[in-house]
Structures are given as structure tokens and as C-alpha cells.
Design a binder for this molecule. Structure first.
Ligand code: G1P
Length: 292
């Protein structure tokens, strides 16, 4: 372990999944928004695959008492497996059994009150301990042909001994939906961050470079979160704790390779679905015909 508390390999990734998903009501009355499918896989599966690609072997889900579906999904479904086995449906059986590689374990932590993203991440502290970790917000689905976005960030974090936030440009009039970074050398693939601010009005935003839902952070962030007061929207914001982290250590903005779909809203979910349909030989023709 070195000065910033980072080490070579990223082992643990936190998934804050306690949100209510109000943009997808009424479906999200009973279906966790992370279980909404893009084709035949729920959003959480894409997020978990990305974490595993980045080297993670411990997945920490910060959930609430209503969200049993995520734990059920990753649990083995004995009766279903037995039925598929007996019916000789081995391909289907493999899809059900292969959700996680055998070396990966899931840990579930409850966020008892919805006090914000920063508070959700703080709930993972007892599982993370004193090592750097990743955070993935499953609403942001990121697709890349090569290494996943989090894998790119983990490499950068280890090489530069730094915290890393994924960023991309957003239209100026949307800065109030994101954490916005102020960087020197804005065009470089990895630039040092001077400041971050949560959801600034376009008139006050230091740039239009937004944080998207991927972070690699040192364990020090937990202490900073413990003393972070409620900020934008009255919530304990991860961005505010990162602003304190920036004052004492290096945090980089990573312009990752890949395409992000904001599946926290209907437009993004439709776009992601079309993207994956176009990649699927069995669906591409139908999708193209339908669109034309
Ligand atoms: C959260 C973060 C914000 C970030 C965004 C990315 O906001 O607080 O800094 O830019 O995720 O999706 P939320 O979308 O939960 O309001």
C-alpha cells in the first residue's frame, strides 16, 4: 500500500442500489430499477460484468429493505436449474448459472435511510476496510469493445496513485443534473481535477464535463464522508466528500473509451435497448425494419 492508500488491484466494487426509481413508476413499485432489462439482461448484470472485468472479486450492494430482487437474482435458483437440467435445456441452464464467476462473492448492506449517494457509499465502509474501491451506478450503462470503463480507470488509479472519476461532456443546460469537474488540461484523457461541484446551475458551472457513474476512490473517502454535511437537494453528496479529497490528494478525471447510456430515464433505456438489438444478429434486421 502506498501514500494515497491505493494498491495495484481493485478488488471491491460498491453498487448503490437503494434508490426508488421514480422515473419508472409504476413498474418500479415492485421491480427494482436495476432489474429493468436491456434485452434479456437486467441493468445490474451489465454493471457487475464491468466490475468483474476490472478485476473485482467482492461486490457490495447497498440496498434497502424493499429490494430483495437483486439478492434473489444472484442467488442460485435450485428449482429452476433442476427443471432446466431435467428438460435437457443446457444452454439456458448455463445462462442462469453463469451470472457470476465462481471466485466472486456478493455482500449486501442495508442503507436504512435514503440520505443520499454519499451516505449510501459510507454504508459500505465495514466491508471495504482500508483499500481502494470502485463505485458503479448501474443506471449508467457503459459499453466498450475493449477494456471496460472501470478497468480503464482502475489501471489509471494504480499507475498514477490517484482517485479517478469517469467524466464526459454534457450539454451546458444539463449541468444541474450532474457532478461537474473543473480540470486543468481539459482535453487530455486523464486530467487532474481542481474542483468538483454537485449539480450547479449552467450559469455557475465551472465546465460542462460531468461525472458519470464510475469512481475509483481511496478508503480515506469514508472519513471525509463522515464529516460531510447535507449538500445539493439536502442529501449527503459523494461529490462534496470528493471535493475534500481533492484538497489533500490527487484525483483524476478519466475520459474513458466507451459509450454511456443513461438508463435512469426512458430515453436512455430505449437507446441502450436499440444499441444491443443492433448488435444481435437475430434482432438487428427486425430493429432496422421497425425503425425505418
Ligand atoms: C449522481 C451523482 C452525480 C453524478 C451522477 C451520474 O447523481 O451525485 O455527481 O454526476 O450520479 O449519473 P444522481 O444521478 O444520483 O442524481
Amino acid at each position: 500500500m502506498n501514500s494515497a492508500g491505493t494498491q495495484k488491484r481493485l478488488r471491491k466494487v460498491v453498487f448503490p442500489v437503494a434508490g426508488l426509481g421514480t422515473r419508472f413508476l409504476p413498474a418500479t413499485k415492485v421491480v427494482a430499477k436495476e432489474m429493468l432489462p436491456v434485452l434479456d439482461r437486467p441493468l445490474i448484470q451489465y454493471a457487475v460484468d464491468e466490475a468483474v472485468d476490472a478485476g473485482a472479486d467482492t461486490l457490495v450492494f447497498v440496498t434497502n429493505r424493499y429490494k430483495h430482487a437483486i439478492a434473489d437474482y444472484f442467488d442460485s435458483a435450485y428449482e429452476l436449474e433442476e427443471t432446466l437440467e431435467r428438460a435437457g435445456k443446457h444452454e439456458l441452464l448455463a445462462t442462469v448459472q453463469g451470472l457470476l464467476p465462481p471466485h466472486v462473492r456478493c455482500v449486501y448492506v442495508t442503507q436504512e435511510q435514503a440520505l443520499g449517494l454519499g451516505h449510501a457509499v459510507l454504508c459500505a465502509k465495514p466491508v471495504i476496510g482500508d483499500e481502494p474501491f470502485g463505485v458503479i451506478l448501474p443506471d449508467d450503462l457503459i459499453v466498450n469493445k475493449g477494456k471496460s470503463a472501470l478497468a480503464q480507470m482502475a489501471e489509471l488509479a494504480a499507475r498514477e496513485d490517484a482517485g479517478v472519476l469517469a467524466v464526459e461532456e454534457v450539454p451546458r443546460d444539463q449541468t444541474n443534473k450532474y457532478g461537474i469537474v473543473d480540470v486543468s488540461g481539459a482535453d487530455e484523457p486523464a486530467a487532474r481535477i481542481g474542483h468538483v461541484v454537485e449539480k450547479p446551475d449552467p450559469a455557475d458551472a465551472p465546465s460542462n464535463l460531468a461525472i458519470v457513474g464510475r469512481y475509483v476512490l481511496p478508503a480515506r473517502i469514508f472519513e471525509l464522508l463522515e464529516s460531510t454535511r447535507p449538500g445539493a437537494g439536502g442529501e449527503i453528496q459523494l461529490t462534496d466528500a470528493i471535493e475534500s479529497l481533492i484538497a489533500e490528494s490527487k484525483v483524476l478525471a478519466c475520459r474513458f473509451q466507451g459509450v454511456r447510456f443513461d438508463c435512469g430515464n426512458k430515453v436512455g433505456l430505449v437507446r441502450a435497448t436499440l444499441h444491443f438489438a443492433m448488435q444481435d444478429p437475430a434482432l438487428a434486421k427486425v430493429a432496422r425494419e421497425f425503425l425505418s
